[in-house]
Design a protein around this ligand. Structure first.
Ligand code: COA
Length: 631
């Protein structure tokens, strides 16, 4: 079996990437996934001293010299031979020996399942797809039918274990997240949530859920012989769903899922006391994915269109619009509006963005091929409408959820821009990492707005390791600070600015390499802290230090999610006075989604987006005007 795997992975590594992800085999490859997973290295625990030294270096540009002196003292104490640092490190190393991945369970719990803020805006990312050309219900239905078959085609590769292995820096990646995104759902709990995955169960689901006018339906997407329904068949079923959900006065029960997790946990227990409700909820949780057929949203100018769709993806526009047309706990919800708006929202606990956009890329390509061929059809049964009995108490919970949702909708400021001046091509031509270049532009934009730099998070993939999720690339460094300060310093020559840019980009790329190889600092520090809690050690002072709180207060929370499709992922800020910035760098343009909260007087998504555009243009101009720029 290992030999087979070696051949398969080697083949996919040299395969020229085509837009449509093609299976590595036409037949099922039982056990291939597990063999691949077994071959992956375990996430290392970085050396203690290395992390502590790097942590101090990270703090330097974001805290004062006085605070630095204090933190150095705390660190000396932490690192004392035979001290608490060494003890925790040993415990952590023991945990790493005993588990498949010392971090993944802790991360899942602390970053997602114990996080009590609503998943809407605060956790679930959205994806904005290009505007579709239909403006009516038939177009909407036809598109939805094709999209569903595209997702089912991707699912076949997951089920058959024939999905090509992905690579980063020449190394094969953990493919586990692909097995978590379909047929799964988050379930609220009073203190912490859980995620159920029905794909691995004895009776994997054969249905998806479709929601229209706040009403949920079970749509069986497989024939009894196991073959998926055709586009034509799905279209007919969607028509039936549409026609039996014309009433618009239904209670938007799905909006309950947008509540603070404790509140929703309580409301959930109350909702499922009723047997009918419990079965309906279970049908949604168990479904392969959800398709939301949205009502048209208010028209906006072309310039604002993508920003408007980003908001629709992230929250649905409020209780008057499509916020009730969701089940936000569902891992994957595709959203298709009658007005041609399109995208998705996903619940973050089971996966990061890249597997989601890989699926999107496949579906988009697949849809270009699939046609509505009229095939002889056996009549299919009417999709089952899911019933909910709404008691006065549930009604009260829904009303509260509507109010809170509308507050979130008003608070979120999201701006999508297409930066058209250039894409990855320009930094590449100057032998710089495009990602690092974009991050430096963001540093410059932020510095110009605030005259200081801030703690910045960029997600780095840990998928080189078994069950790996992410670590943090800290984009703010001494080198980034020197570069942004120099840019507006009239005493600096262009050659010096260019040299500082190269140095800052190089430092960012070096941090990225360190992070993707499991040597970044943030998850290690979290691990030491959680190990302290588990070992019932009193909390070491370095974790009670204000510098640690500053380091974790990410005013800029950023992520690159590259896709072949001309789309962009979007998410909310992670702190009240921060920004969420996600980007998809294409060869000749870059799509950005910038978010902020309106309730914070100091932040403004549009301003940061414009400052970012200006910074990118200036950085290119600087390189063009400096003959020595090409190293
Ligand atoms: N000179 C010329 N070209 C260069 C270069 C240089 N010095 N450095 C990089 N490039 C090229 C690369 O070869 C690559 O080429 P391609 O377009 O043909 O693929 C391209 O530029 C992009 O490289 P870079 O910009 O450095 O980024 P990356 O692709 O290595 O990605 C991360 C960096 C951090 C985004 C990636 O490692 C990662 O971890 N991604 C996952 C993030 C994640 O999980 N996000 C989701 C959170 S929900």
């Amino acid at each position: 079996m290992l030999g087979v795997l070696a051949r398969i992975t080697a083949k996919s590594a040299i395969m020229k990437p085509s837009s449509l992800v093609k299976p590595v085999s036409v037949t099922k490859l039982v056990g291939r996934y597990l063999v691949h997973q077994e071959g992956l290295p375990k996430l290392p625990v970085p050396p203690l001293r290395q992390t502590c030294e790097r942590y101090l270096a990270v703090l330097e540009p974001i805290i004062s010299e006085e605070e630095m002196v204090h933190t150095r003292e705390l660190m000396d104490e932490f690192l004392r031979p035979g001290g608490v640092g060494e003890r925790l490190q040993k415990s952590l190393e023991r945990r790493a020996r005993k588990t498949e991945n010392w971090l993944s369970d802790w991360w899942m719990q602390s970053a997602y399942l114990e996080f009590r803020m609503p998943v809407v805006v605060h956790s679930s990312p959205g994806v904005v797809l290009p505007r579709l050309e239909f403006h009516d219900r038939q177009g909407q239905m036809r598109f939805a039918a094709k999209l569903i078959t595209g997702v089912l085609d991707f699912k076949t590769m997951i089920d058959n274990e024939t999905l090509p292995v992905e690579y980063l820096g020449g190394k094969p990646l953990c493919m586990n997240q692909y097995y978590q995104i379909l047929s799964s759902c988050r379930i609220p709990g009073p203190k912490r949530d859980t995620v159920v995955n029905h794909a691995m169960g004895k009776m994997p689901p054969t249905h998806i859920t479709v929601v229209h006018n706040f009403q949920f339906f079970v749509l069986d997407v497989y024939n009894s012989d196991g073959s998926p329904l055709t586009v034509d068949q799905i279209y007919m079923q969607l028509e039936k769903i549409w026609n039996s959900s014309l009433q618009t006065n239904k209670e938007p029960v799905g909006i309950l899922t947008s509540q603070h997790r404790n509140t929703w946990g309580k409301a959930y227990n109350n909702l499922i006391k009723d047997k009918v409700n419990k079965e309906s909820v279970r049908a949604i949780q168990k479904s392969i994915f959800t398709v939301c057929l949205d009502a048209p949203m208010p028209r906006v100018s072309d310039e604002l269109y993508r920003s408007r769709v980003a908001a629709q993806m992230l929250h649905g526009g409020g209780s008057r619009w499509n916020s009730g047309n969701r089940w936000f706990d569902k891992t994957l919800q595709f959203i298709i509006g009658e007005d041609g708006s399109c995208g998705l929202i996903y619940e973050h606990a089971p996966a990061e963005g890249p597997p989601i956009v890989a699926l999107v890329d496949h579906v988009v390509e697949y849809m270009k091929k699939s046609e509505m061929v009229r095939s002889p059809m056996l009549p299919l049964p009417m999709p089952q409408k899911l019933r909910f009995n709404i008691t006065p108490e549930i009604k009260k919970d829904i009303e509260k959820a509507k109010q809170n949702m509308n507050i979130m909708v008003h608070d979120l400021d999201v701006k999508v821009i297409v930066f058209n001046h250039y894409g990855k091509n320009v930094p590449k031509s100057y032998k710089m990492s495009p990602d690092a270049f974009i991050q430096m532009a963001l540093q410059l934009a932020y510095f110009r707005m605030y005259h200081h730099c801030c703690s910045t998070y960029e997600s780095a993939s840990l998928r080189m390791f078994k069950l790996g999720r992410t670590d943090t690339i800290r984009s703010t460094s001494i080198d980034s600070l020197r570069f942004v300060q120099a840019m507006d310093d009239p005493s600096k020559q262009n050659t010096e600015k260019v040299a500082l840019l190269h140095k800052a980009v190089g430092a960012h790329r070096a941090y990225t390499d360190m992070a993707i190889h499991g040597q970044a600092i943030d998850r290690h520090l979290l691990g030491l802290k959680l190990q302290g809690i588990e070992d019932l050690t009193s909390m070491p002072d370095i974790f009670m230090d204000t510098a640690y709180a500053v380091a974790l207060h990410y005013n800029l929370s950023t992520s690159q999610v590259p896709a072949k499709t001309d789309c962009v992922m979007c998410f909310g800020p992670v702190v009240p006075d921060g920004y969420g910035v996600c980007y998809n760098p294409m060869e000749e343009h870059i799509n950005f989604a910038v978010s902020a909260f309106n309730s914070c007087a100091e932040t403004n998504a549009t301003k940061l987006a414009h400052a970012l555009e200006e910074a990118l243009v200036e950085m290119r101009d600087l390189l063009e005007q400096t003959p020595q720029a090409k190293l």
